[in-house]
Design a protein around this ligand. Structure first.
Ligand SMILES: [Fe+2]
Length: 188
């Protein structure tokens, strides 16, 4: 940790860097999602520090040091809980991008439900940021992101198995965020 006063996003970035930088693309994706979150906070009128910190941390469950169940939203949330991160951020990490659908299929619904999110704009904004940044950190449309995700994870993956329920959820999130952005005069 840096000397002096670190903001929540700075501290989150440092932790994410420590855990994810060795993973290459996962780090590039994370940095892209954090940048995207920073753009979205103002037009969505939500706390930038909380959203950007959650974006830096949302995929830390992929880091070797955090892996326990192999389900990254849960492993990431548990790691953050052990480090005493604010529960709002832990919940956002646990629930990002429709994690509950995959958790249900994997028999981890109860474990994940221990980390609720706000179920509102913060969750929508983090999911939207994640779903509009590709694995290499570049901006993509939600449609391309979905196609690429299914290709990368494969037809036998948990993600593919729950796609029929998770995709409508992700689309509804994108619609809600884009409507709000349009009201604020910003394109999604
Ligand atoms: Fe992600």
């Amino acid at each position: 940790m840096r000397a002096g006063l670190s903001t929540l996003p700075d501290t989150a970035e440092e932790l994410a860097y420590e855990l994810l930088a060795p993973l290459g693309n996962r780090w590039r994706h994370t940095a892209g999602v954090a940048a995207r979150a920073a753009q979205l906070a103002e037009p969505l009128e939500i706390d930038r520090d909380v959203l950007v910190a959650a974006a830096w941390l949302h995929d830390i469950g992929y880091a070797e040091r955090t892996v326990a169940t192999g389900f990254h939203p849960l492993d990431g949330a548990r790691h953050l809980e052990r480090l005493a991160w604010p529960s709002a951020i832990v919940g956002l990490v646990a629930q990002h991008s429709g994690a509950r659908f995959v958790a249900a299929a994997r028999g981890l619904a109860e474990e994940l439900a221990a980390y609720p999110d706000d179920g509102g704009l913060f969750s929508d904004a983090l999911t939207y940021a994640d779903q509009t940044v590709g694995p290499d950190g570049r901006r993509v449309t939600t449609g391309r992101r979905h196609e690429e995700m299914l290709r990368r994870h494969g037809p036998a993956s948990w993600n593919a198995l729950v796609d029929h329920v998770r995709l409508p959820h992700l689309r509804a999130v994108a619609d809600r965020v884009e409507q709000r952005l349009a009201l604020a005069g910003v394109r999604g």
